[in-house]
Design a protein around this ligand. Sequence first.
Ligand SMILES: [Zn+2]
Length: 495
Amino acid sequence: MALYKEQSLKLYNSISGEKEIFKPINEGHIGMYVCGPTVYSNVHLGNCRTFISFDLIFRYLKHLGYKVRYVRNITDAGHLENDADSGEDRIAKKARLEQIEPMEVVQRYTVDFHNTLQKFNNLPPSIEPTATGHIVEQIETIKTILEKGFAYEVNGSVYFDVFKFNKDHNYGKLSGRTIEDMIANTRELAAQSDKKNPQDFALWKKAEPQHIMRWPSPWSDGFPGWHLECTVMSTKYLGEQFDIHGGGMDLKFPHHECEIAQGEASTGKNPVNYWLHANMLTLNGQKMAKSTGNNILPNEIFTGENDNLSKGFSPSVARFFMLQANYRSILDFSNTALLASEKGFNRLMDAYRNTAALPVSSTSTFSVSEWKQRCYDAMNDDFNSPILIATLFEAVKFIVGVKEGNEQITLEDKELLQTTLNDFIFDVLGLLDTTVTNQDNSDKLSGTVELLIKLRAEARNNKDFATSDQIRDQLMAVGIQLKDGKEGTVFTLEG
Ligand SMILES: [Zn+2]
């Protein structure tokens, strides 16, 4: 029987502001869409936290036995510098500054994004569609929204009519804003724009003569509005209504609000059942910003080459650190916090490795099955990874107790403990056992080869050439070449 039938998962739905019992549209199947990056610069650490949060969610849903289709887009066109439909296209601007093709910018930062997330051991999504790969579908959706009367064309651009939509629908239901608030908070002068109202947003923008990323459409040579791609690609791959839509908290308004409006305007249906938003990351208690130097790039954590860090940390330690906070809480990144996480991570891995060798008894002094359910309870409560980690540390304490002879465990419980730890540490939290680092490995390797070199020298001194040749040939067979010289024998690794 699939695990999801035994576990009752609750998740915090941003649109209701409550934890709700999760029920997918089709039993056993989940459609999940997460807004991906705009690939015009190296992925920043705050974004990594968002994608690690949704990786945790993806992993747990899969662990529960659901068949999950996880769609995460790549924005490679249409995202302007200013969210209110003005400014230069972010990718085109970078291309202009670096004097390269826009698609070179896209390629470079898509590769960086994938490499970085892979280091954090994120699973790839099931489908990763791009905005430029779905221009035709976006034009079709704009036509539908125009036909339904929720958009209008002005001078080759098409805008979504927020006021008209709001008459029969609720624009602002996700972010909790009202049209009146939006009017009060807007500083844009209507005269500067073709829009009927500053709250309207672009579905299609006519390209200025210098704008190179342009496509033909019934209205003009231009490009789609940023919000549209997510509506179009989520509908295409997950249907007009799907289960989970996620993204960073900063996307709630206007991006996700606009997605709801576009979906309802084009299909008449509410597109998403559960909205999940991951919170931001601060550094030393302050917002990260390149301009103030209060900023860390993911790679700098691994190398330690940043003034905010005393040393480098493995990607798994950084991931573990992030998972020690709930995805909906603000998390503050600091060197002190990372050092503490590294200690905790090492204790957890040590305990896991020690489990196999634990002595067994006829009774257990700890209920492993109840503990296992507490691990599920933590994750069933809106993917509460900090509580899960605290629960895993109950087992760590117990393992140390058994090792020291103060606690007892039966063989059956030991096996259950091992599989449960394995499930939660590696499958659900997605950690990798990196306490044995490459440096440790190369130290061990050179120590071992030095020993064999010494044994070979002894064999040759004893004129036991059969043994000395055997050592040399067998090392050669595994790619280690010995070279005899005046200074003694040295070794090199092949390939
Ligand atoms: Zn999006």
